[in-house]
Design a protein around this ligand. Structure first.
Ligand code: COA
Length: 170
């Protein structure tokens, strides 16, 4: 089901990509520790959404290692804060892994839900034929102005907004 969502939403547009390839990548991710890591939102026994912590999603930013991606909620469940909780759960998982800064891409010029969750716009770029807003969120303070996106020191900003998702996000 998740492979179907991701392929239909994004994968179909990528040259050389296939549904079978998407299934294989997800199966490989599920079978190993480490990244990419997919989190699922579950209502009852139904998977209703997903989000991922990935590595170098946009090759035009080789210096940006960790990415939030594959944020998807099935149409009937949208507008109930599920994506927001998934994003917060990925942020919490990233903190546990010692990630300093996360980056994402969204087609929404205003940043949509990410802007509301404290993500900062970096720039708007064309990527594989689509114009996207690249956004970042520091999980730890940058060492100094102009520090590398992954070079923050150990102290987090605080935990008030990163307590993670509810039990239904796993
Ligand atoms: C975007 C999406 C994940 C939101 O899921 P959701 O559970 O309804 O999200 P929440 O309830 O937490 O938040 C809703 C907000 O998301 C915003 N939103 C919708 N599409 C968005 C997008 N592509 N990027 C950022 N925010 C988006 C909505 O404007 C809404 O804001 P509002 O409350 O001010 O109207 C869902 O609409 C979806 O799966 N869309 C298709 C895949 C997609 O575009 N994913 C985002 C990739 S960056």
């Amino acid at each position: 089901m998740v492979a179907h969502w991701l392929y239909e939403e994004w994968g179909r547009r990528r040259e050389g990509n296939s549904y079978e390839g998407t299934c294989q990548r997800l199966a490989a991710a599920a079978a190993m520790d480490g990244l990419p890591m997919y989190l699922l939102a579950i209502e009852g026994e139904v998977v209703v959404g997903c989000a991922a912590l990935k590595v170098r999603e946009m090759e035009i930013y080789p210096e940006r290692e960790h990415w939030l991606g594959s944020v998807y909620v099935t149409p009937g469940w949208r507008g109930h804060g599920i994506a927001s909780r998934l994003v917060q759960a990925v942020v919490a998982a990233s903190l546990r892994l010692g990630v300093s800064v996360l980056t994402l891409q969204t087609e929404r010029p205003d940043g949509g839900l990410y802007a509301k969750l404290g993500w900062r716009p970096v720039e708007r770029v064309w990527f594989h034929g689509t114009e996207v807003t690249v956004m970042e969120r520091y999980l730890r303070k940058p060492a100094e102005p102009g520090a590398s996106p992954n070079g923050g020191p150990a102290k987090p900003f605080g935990n008030s907004d990163i307590s993670g998702g509810p039990p239904s996000v796993s």
